[in-house]
Structures are given as C-alpha cells and as structure tokens.
Design a protein around this ligand. Structure first.
Ligand SMILES: C[S@@+](CC[C@H](N)C(=O)[O-])C[C@H]1O[C@@H](n2cnc3c(N)ncnc32)[C@H](O)[C@@H]1O
Length: 273
C-alpha cells in the first residue's frame, strides 16, 4: 500500500485553499474517509466514478480499497495532487478536469457498470442525483450511489410517507431504487466547516415496476407535492385522467400528497400510461 503524506500536507503543498465559489469543504480525517469508502461494500477491482475529489481525501480511501477510480474535478488546481495519487497507485486512477454536470458519465466509464461516490457542493449534488434517478432507461449503468448531502436533503430522500420530509425526492429515490441514510456527518468534520450538518445517502437500483413511465410519475408528484397542503382532487386537477385514476385505484380524493405511499403513486402512474 502506498505511503502518503497526510492530506492536510498535500493541501498545503499545493496551495489548495478552499474556494467558496466551488463549494469546497474538505474532509481530512482518514478514518472517516475509510468508513465512507466502505459504504458501497467491497470495491476491490471495481470501477468507481468519484465526482468532486478535490485534493483527493476520499479518492485515497477508494484507491486503498482497491477500486479503479475515475474522478471528475472542476478545479484545475487539484489536478497535480491527483496526479501524485495516480503515481502512488499505478493504473488505478484517471483524473478528468471538467464539469460533472456537462459530461456523459456512461461514456466516460466506457459502458462498464460503476459505483458512484461523491461529496459535492449541495446544489450540484442534488441536480446530479435527480439526473441519475430520472430517465426511462432502467436499470441504470451505476450499481450504487453514495452521496453526501446537506442533512435536510438526505432526510427528504430517505423520508417515509406521512412525514413533512416526504415529497418528490423520496418518491423519485424509492419507486425503482432503495435509498437509505448511511451516515450522519458533523459539520466540524469539514475544513472549513459549512454552516449546516451533512449526511450520506446510499442508493441501489431495484426493479422498475411494469407499465410505469418515469415521466408520468414525475408529472404526478410534481403536481401533487406542488400543492402539498391541498386535497388531491385539487392538486391533481391539471393532470389529465388523474382524478379518474384516483377513483379506479381506490384513493380517497380528499387525501393530501404526503399521505400517498410510493406504491400508490406507482399504481396511479400505471393508470395514466
Ligand atoms: C465539498 S468539496 C469535497 C472535496 C473532497 N471530495 C473531500 O471530500 O474532501 C467538493 C468538490 O467538488 C468540486 N466540484 C464542484 N462543482 C463541480 C462540478 N460541477 N463538477 C466536478 N467537480 C465539482 C469542487 O471543486 C470540490 O473539489
């Protein structure tokens, strides 16, 4: 195993002061990083896509676990530190400079299945999460997503019906995948510490229910949760066929969006096919 200087030293040597504009809050505790890298299970020999490696704290942990890592980083300043890691773990790391929002991940991973790990700025993380979970093609090329979020967003992703946190993100994350809260991370674990607490969500793809279009389900939840305090007969009025579907599935139209289970949304979307 490669002998590396502490990550704090790498940051200092390459002058990687955290950029606010790029949402940089670095994790330096190698034990914590090792625990994060262990969340997806055994990575030995597996392909991993890491987004936003920064100076490479989590990257090291992934490389030590034996993963073959492709890392996409926006900040050019981090490339020399990543090149050092690449030298220390020959043949295991490919670093790409670019915006992960604009790149085709499937193509970068050359069609091979891959696990995703990432500690991203929260706005980018949520946008990528929605992108990975959307679309008609299923199962996806990724085998799992292990993603750091602002704690509140992580709670919304893993939320159960009947709670305030339950909404579009929970339905999106759970109708053909399983999402769970894997680890809470205190703000003091980051340098510099962000204002909010964080948490890591782990998602694995499941089977897509027959006869349900992702687009239709999305339109339904958009309308229902767009007016979450209103009764379904009001909030779903603008979705053609939705009120009829409620009756056919046997969902009382006086209920509100947050009481409808993922299974019930699936049944409604199937009726609207
Ligand atoms: C919160 S830092 C985390 C760094 C490192 N993974 C860690 O845990 O210490 C987020 C990283 O994502 C990078 N980043 C921000 N937006 C990006 C984007 N659109 N594509 C790729 N990387 C991005 C930032 O430059 C930064 O290095």
């Amino acid at each position: 195993m490669a002998d590396l200087p502490p990550i704090r030293e790498t940051i200092a040597r390459h002058g990687l002061s955290a950029s606010k504009a790029l949402g940089q809050n670095f994790l330096l505790d190698e034990q914590l990083l090792g625990r994060i890298a262990a969340i997806p299970g055994k990575l030995d020999g597996k392909a991993v896509l890491e987004i936003g490696p920064g100076p490479g704290g989590l990257t090291r942990a992934l490389l030590r676990a034996g993963a073959r890592v492709t890392a996409i980083e926006m900040d050019r300043r981090c490339l020399p530190a990543l090149a050092e890691l690449s030298e220390a773990f020959p043949g295991q790391l490919t670093a790409i400079q670019g915006d992960a929002m604009k790149l085709d991940h499937g193509e970068i991973m050359r069609g091979e299945p891959f696990a995703v790990l990432s500690n991203l700025p929260y706005n980018v993380g949520t946008a990528l999460f929605v992108k990975w979970l959307s679309g008609e093609n299923w199962p996806p090329q990724w085998t799992s997503l292990t993603l750091m979020f602002q704690r509140e967003v992580a709670e919304r992703i893993a939320a159960k019906p009947g709670t305030n946190a339950y909404g579009r993100l929970a339905v999106l994350a759970n109708w053909r995948a399983e999402a769970s809260m894997a680890m809470k991370v205190h703000r003091s674990a980051f340098t510099p510490p962000p204002k909010v607490m964080s948490a890591i969500v782990h998602v694995t793809p499941g089977e897509a229910p027959e006869g349900v279009s992702a687009r239709t389900l999305e339109r339904l939840t958009e309308a229902a949760f767009g007016q979450r305090r209103k009764m379904l007969r009001q909030s779903l009025k603008g979705v053609p066929g939705a009120l009829d579907a409620l009756a056919r599935v046997g969902i009382d139209e006086t209920r509100r969006a947050e009481t409808v289970s993922v299974g019930e949304y699936i049944a409604l979307a199937r009726m609207l096919r």
